[in-house]
Design a protein around this ligand. Structure first.
Ligand SMILES: [Zn+2]
Ligand SMILES: [Zn+2]
Ligand SMILES: [Zn+2]
Ligand SMILES: [Zn+2]
Ligand SMILES: [Zn+2]
Length: 436
């Protein structure tokens, strides 16, 4: 098989292999936009194509696949209280959300337009929709757009490139200040990494996505943003707890926002595994060691002894990150029971109850079709011929592709039956015709 010709049988086999691979990576049924569920802890994908500097955009799993598959996307892993931005007024010149467009009209908005007689057919429904409903939905006012939505991560504000990122990154579990950002281990303590040349493009991530909950586990330890194996040229950070030793990480920025609360919590049995101070602009590991030891000797003494507050020497607060024990949830619950409702730690725990309550990342329903191998489903997922065609020829989005699915099947049928060769030219002609 050359670059320019292949048999339809080869072509379909190739597509099926790609499709299987895509389904393994993305096993969920992309037929439900989470917008209708309201704020939800879920997998979020930043769409750099739809977003702007003023109005960044994040979309849900289904919209990633169905509405934004040809766009430039960055996987953000889980975010709490997120509402999908697809098809909302946050997106300039939005074409609406394909997924929501297909589903039931929201009851409230239709109450005034639904005919009294009851059922209406799809075509009429859609015409009602286009006539009477605003084109775009109202965006969430509670989404927390941090730098991740611009493709940047960590205190070093690097553009995340999964192909080049080899270091481990950990996500902040509290997130009130940082928006559940991800951090390089060296950046957690403030050691500058030798500047690496990061690519400016994050590309289309559909072909290298882990499934929701795979890399970004809800409750598992070791949320891992980087590669899992080999060529680990990371700087070893002395005193950094091993990734399996703690359950969750809370960054120094979020701790600092509530440092009085954390100064208490770190003394509560079973909550904090360890802490690490954060310094600015450390160049060398030795410098870190020295500062760490100094901090250890002084910081601990400062808050652990029983001297009256007045006598304590006032000194600059050095921000620290917190690593939580595996038993931190039950320990927090137990501790909260001992507190008065006016206590500031109580109030903190009350308003951030996800810290100790079950807070799973939402999983879309599993795709039932995973094992089917009909050619009809070839085009359902992101790895398709459209993506391999030049951009300007690509029909926008996979939805359009779904619509031409039957036509494409008809087109390939005679070739497949006769084992005939399809040239790239013929495929392009086909798409040109379909586009018109
Ligand atoms: Zn969505
Ligand atoms: Zn987009
Ligand atoms: Zn959508
Ligand atoms: Zn960093
Ligand atoms: Zn944080």
């Amino acid at each position: 098989m050359t670059d320019t010709e292949l048999t339809a049988v080869d072509y379909i086999a190739e597509q099926l292999a790609l499709e299987r691979e895509a389904k393994e990576l993305m096993p969920f049924d992309p037929n439900e936009c989470t917008y209708v569920k309201g704020p939800l802890r879920q997998m979020v994908y930043a769409c750099l194509t739809c977003g702007t500097a003023q109005s960044p955009v994040g979309v849900c799993y289904s919209c990633l696949i169905r509405c934004h598959s040809t766009h430039e996307l960055v996987e953000l892993f889980s975010k709490r209280d997120f509402v999908c931005d697809c098809g909302t007024t946050r997106i300039l010149n939005s074409k609406g959300c394909t997924v929501r467009g297909e589903s039931e009209l929201p009851g409230e908005s239709t109450a005034t337009v639904r005919p009294r007689s009851g059922s209406i057919d799809m075509a009429r429904r859609n015409s009602f929709r286009s006539l009477l409903l605003p084109k775009d939905d109202i965006p969430s006012s509670s989404n927390r757009y941090n730098q991740n939505y611009h493709g940047k991560f960590c205190s070093c504000e690097k553009l995340y490139n999964p192909l080049e990122e080899t270091g481990t990154m950990i996500q902040c579990f509290l997130g009130v200040e940082c928006g559940e950002d991800w951090y390089h281990l060296n950046c957690v303590v403030g050691i500058n990494e030798p500047a690496k040349d990061t690519a400016t493009s994050t590309g289309n991530i559909l072909d290298r996505l882990p499934g929701p909950g795979q890399d970004a586990q809800t409750d598992g330890s070791g949320d891992n943003h980087g590669d899992d194996d080999d060529d680990n040229d990371e700087v070893i950070i002395p005193y950094f707890p091993s990734l399996g030793a703690f359950d969750q990480f809370i960054c120094w920025k979020c701790v600092q926002l509530y440092h009085k609360v954390f100064d208490v919590l770190r003394t509560v049995d079973g909550v904090v595994h360890s802490r690490l101070p954060h310094f600015e602009e450390l160049k060398l590991v030795d410098e870190w060691k020295e500062k760490y030891n100094h901090w250890l000797n002084h910081d601990d003494k400062q808050t652990d002894n029983d001297e009256p507050k007045i006598k304590r020497i006032k000194k600059q607060f050095i921000p620290y990150s917190v690593f939580l024990n595996s038993s931190f949830r039950s320990s927090l619950i137990k501790y909260k029971l001992t507190l008065d409702a006016s206590n500031q730690v109580y109030r903190f725990l009350e308003s951030n109850s996800y810290l100790y309550e079950s807070d799973p990342v939402y999983e879309p329903p599993k795709d039932e079709d995973t094992n089917s191998s009909t050619t009809g489903s070839i085009l359902d997922l992101g790895t398709d011929v459209l993506l391999s065609l030049p951009k300007e020829q690509a029909v926008e989005g996979l939805q359009a592709y779904n619509m031409i699915k039957s036509k494409l099947r008809d087109f390939f049928k005679p070739f497949a039956e006769q084992g005939k060769v399809v040239t790239e030219e013929e495929i392009r002609d086909f798409f040109d015709k379909v586009k018109k």
